[in-house]
Write a protein that binds this ligand. Structure first.
Ligand SMILES: [Zn+2]
Length: 101
């Protein structure tokens, strides 16, 4: 009997020696699925981080480029606040991940 695996995406039995389902082309190896999943997640979070960073950095640059007195101080305060905000945010993300198991 040939090695058959049940496709997690479409539920059909497919050739287990292949990496992908012959019906829907989804990955059928759980390890490969997990790998692809984590890769996608890492890429997504990286892009989200880049997007939020560039937005914030644009704002910071505006402040930095301004030569009005007091703006350097404001920039430093904002920078510190942002760091605290990110720390709190990542703490809550960690907490939610912990609760949901
Ligand atoms: Zn399938």
């Amino acid at each position: 009997m040939i090695n058959q695996k049940k496709c997690p995406a479409c539920g059909k039995w497919t050739d287990g020696s292949k990496q992908r389902c012959v019906f829907c082309n989804s990955l059928i190896d759980p390890q490969l699925i997990a790998e692809e999943d984590s890769r996608k997640r890492a890429e997504k979070s990286r892009q989200e981080r880049l997007a939020s960073e560039s937005k914030f950095e644009k704002y910071l640059r505006k402040l930095k480029e301004s030569d009005k007195p007091g703006y350097t101080l404001l920039f430093k305060i904002l920078n510190t606040l942002f760091n605290i905000y990110m720390a709190v945010l990542s703490f809550f993300i960690w907490l939610i991940a912990l609760i949901s198991g």
